[in-house]
Design a protein. Structure first.
Length: 539
C-alpha cells in the first residue's frame, strides 16, 4: 500500500482514537510518524482503565462486557493487534481462547433478603408488554426527549426484567427511551439468557491490560506520536470552498501554549465528551467528593465548536444533568480469601463465571462482580480483587444509614456484607482489604433523553477534514456505552474521510435472527417481539 503524504491529529487517547490510529495505518496507508494523539492525562485508554498495586490497592472505574454477536468492529480491531511484540497471537485469538476457558453462567443473578431468587421469569404485565411492542415498532422521532418512565407503569420498574436489564446496561427510569429501544433491539439475543448471562464474554484481564496497553504498544512500535499531558484548548476552523476545515490546533504542554498549523489534506478526529470526566476517588476511610465543575477537555472543545454549528450537536443535553447521570462504583482489593470464598459459596459461581449479582432490595441497587483472578497483570496469586456499583448513590443504605455517596470504602463493604449475610465475618474481612469508591458524575450522560441532532454525525455535513468519534456521535441503530460504538465510529471516520472502499462489519439485528426469536419463544420471555420479525430474514 502506498503511504499517504498527509497527517492526522487525534484529540483524546481513548479507545476511539486508538482504533482510529490503527485503521489509519492498516487500511488508510498512513505512516505512524504522521499520526499525533493528544491526551490530557498521562495514560492512554480513556475509560478503559484499571491499575494499582497490591500495597495500595487496585482500581477500575468500570468493566466492559462483550456479546457473542454484537461486537463485530471490536473483534476486527482485536484481530489486527498482537498480544505482545514477542507473540504472533492476536488480541482476538487470546479473547477467544479465554472465553473457552472461562464461561459465564450466573447462578445468583438476583438476590433479595439475603437469598438468591428465581430470575427466570420477567414478571412484566400485559400492558407493559404491549407498550414494549409499541416502542420497538415506532420510529425514534416518536420517542424524542422522552424517558423510559414516560412509557411504562411504575410496576415495570419493580420487575425481574428491569432489575436485570438496568444493571446489565446501567439504565435508569429517567434514561432516554430512544437508547432503551436501541438496546432491546441490539441485544434481543440476550433476552432469553439475561438471567444467566451465558452470552456475555470478557477479556482475560482488565480492559487496560488486555486492550489499551497492547494497542498503545503496537501504535508506538509503528511510530505514532503520543503527546501526553497535552491539553487541546481549541480547534480553529476555516473554509475550503463550501466546506469547513480545521486549520489550527492549539494546545497546552509543559505550561506552554503550542499549535499545529494544518495543511489542506490533514485530518482531525475529536473524541467529543467523556463519560468518566470529573471522576473522583475516596478511600477505605474517606468518601469521594462530587466534582460538579463544568467538564473540560473534549467537552469544552465540543461546546466551543458547536455554538455556531447546529450540525455539531448539543453537548449541554448530556453534560448538564449530573444528578441524573452519576453513579458510584467501588474497587476492592483483598489480602485474605475470606470474602471471595464466601461469595463463591453463596453464588455457586467460581470467580469470573458469575456475571453480575444484583441485590434488588438494596436501596443503592448494588450490583457485584467477581472477575477472573488475577484481574490485573501484576496481581499476585495471594491477592484477589472485586468490583461493584450502586445506581442510586443518593439513597440511604439499608444497614449503614448514610447515602452511598457519603460512605467511605469500609462502610460500603459493611453494607455489601450485611446484605449477603456475611456480617459475622466482617472483622476478618475488613482487616485485610482496601475498598476505593469512585464517583462518576457523567457516567451515563450518553443516556440522557435526547432527540435526533443532539449527537453529531461522525462526519458532519459540510466538513472536509474533521470527524467526531467515541460515545457522543450518532451512528444509526448503534448503542452507546459500548466499546463497539467507539470502534465503529473510528472505522466510519477513517473510511469516510479517506474514501476507503471497504465494507464496515454490519450491525447485528437480532430481531431478524430466527435463532434469537426462537429462543425467546421457547423461554416465553418475548414481550411479543416475534411480531417484529419479518417472514424472511433481512439481507
Amino acid at each position: 500500500m502506498q503511504k499517504r503524504n498527509q497527517k492526522a491529529y487525534l484529540v483524546g487517547a481513548g479507545i476511539a482514537s486508538l482504533a482510529s490510529a490503527v485503521y489509519l495505518i492498516e487500511d488508510g496507508g498512513f505512516d505512524g510518524k504522521n499520526i499525533y494523539i493528544f491526551e490530557a492525562s498521562n495514560i492512554t485508554g480513556g475509560s478503559l482503565d484499571g491499575a494499582g498495586t497490591p500495597e495500595e490497592g487496585y482500581i477500575a472505574r468500570g468493566g466492559r462486557m462483550f456479546s457473542k454477536e454484537v461486537y463485530n468492529c471490536t473483534y476486527d480491531l482485536f484481530s489486527k493487534i498482537p498480544i505482545s511484540e514477542a507473540s504472533s497471537k492476536t488480541l482476538l485469538d487470546d479473547f477467544i481462547d479465554f472465553n473457552k476457558e472461562i464461561k459465564t453462567n450466573a447462578k445468583a443473578r438476583l438476590v433479595q433478603k439475603g437469598k438468591i431468587i428465581d430470575s427466570s421469569a420477567f414478571g412484566v404485565s400485559i400492558n407493559d408488554s404491549a407498550e414494549m411492542i409499541k416502542i420497538l415498532s415506532l420510529p425514534e422521532s416518536y420517542l424524542k426527549d422522552t424517558k423510559i418512565s414516560d412509557h411504562f407503569s411504575p410496576e415495570f420498574f419493580k420487575t425481574n426484567f428491569w432489575f436485570m436489564w438496568c444493571t446489565t446496561f446501567a439504565f435508569q427510569p429517567w434514561s432516554s427511551a430512544i437508547e432503551f429501544k436501541r438496546y432491546v433491539l441490539r441485544f434481543v439475543q440476550e433476552l432469553s439468557r439475561v438471567n444467566t448471562m451465558t452470552g456475555i464474554l470478557h477479556t482475560r484481564y482488565s480492559q487496560r491490560d488486555s486492550v489499551s496497553i497492547p494497542i498503545t504498544n503496537w501504535l508506538k512500535k509503528n511510530g505514532v506520536n503520543f503527546l501526553m499531558e497535552s491539553r487541546v484548548s481549541s480547534l480553529e476552523f476555516g473554509e475550503n470552498g463550501k466546506k469547513e476545515q480545521v486549520e489550527k490546533i492549539v494546545y497546552l504542554q509543559d505550561k506552554k501554549q503550542k499549535e499545529f498549523i494544518l495543511k489542506k489534506n490533514d485530518l482531525v478526529f475529536l473524541t467529543n465528551g467523556s463519560m468518566t470526566t470529573n471522576s473522583t476517588f475516596g478511600s477505605i476511610k474517606s468518601s469521594p467528593a462530587i466534582n460538579r465543575n463544568n467538564p473540560q477537555d473534549s467537552w469544552k472543545i465540543w461546546n466551543d465548536i458547536s455554538k455556531k454549528r447546529p450540525h455539531f450537536g448539543n453537548p449541554s443535553i448530556f453534560a448538564s444533568q449530573i444528578d441524573n447521570s452519576k453513579w458510584e462504583s467501588f474497587s476492592v482489593t483483598f489480602r485474605d480469601k475470606t470474602f471471595i470464598k464466601l461469595m463463591e459459596g453463596f453464588s455457586k459461581n467460581k470467580p469470573g463465571t458469575g456475571g453480575l449479582t444484583t441485590i434488588i432490595d438494596s436501596n443503592w441497587l448494588l450490583t457485584l462482580v467477581t472477575p477472573p483472578q488475577p484481574h490485573f497483570l501484576n496481581q499476585p496469586n495471594n491477592i484477589n480483587v472485586f468490583w461493584g456499583y450502586g445506581l442510586y448513590p443518593d439513597k440511604e443504605g439499608n444497614y449503614v444509614h448514610k447515602k452511598m455517596s457519603e460512605c467511605n470504602g469500609e462502610e460500603i463493604m459493611i453494607e455489601v456484607c450485611s446484605h449477603l449475610g456475611f456480617a459475622k465475618y466482617l472483622p476478618k474481612i475488613l482487616k485485610s482489604l482496601d475498598c476505593i469508591p469512585c464517583m462518576m458524575p457523567y457516567i451515563t450522560s450518553q443516556f440522557m433523553p435526547r432527540k435526533i441532532g443532539d449527537r453529531p454525525k461522525v462526519i458532519p455535513a459540510g466538513t472536509k477534514n474533521f470527524a467526531f468519534i467515541g460515545q457522543f456521535c450518532e451512528i444509526p441503530d448503534e448503542v452507546v456505552f459500548t466499546v463497539e460504538q467507539s470502534v465503529r465510529s473510528a472505522m466510519i471516520a477513517v473510511y469516510g474521510l479517506l474514501k476507503i472502499k471497504k465494507d464496515i462489519p454490519p450491525i447485528y439485528h437480532g430481531q431478524y435472527d430466527p435463532k434469537a426469536i426462537k429462543e425467546l419463544l421457547v423461554t416465553g420471555l418475548n414481550f411479543g417481539l416475534h411480531t417484529l420479525m419479518p417472514k424472511h430474514k433481512k439481507g
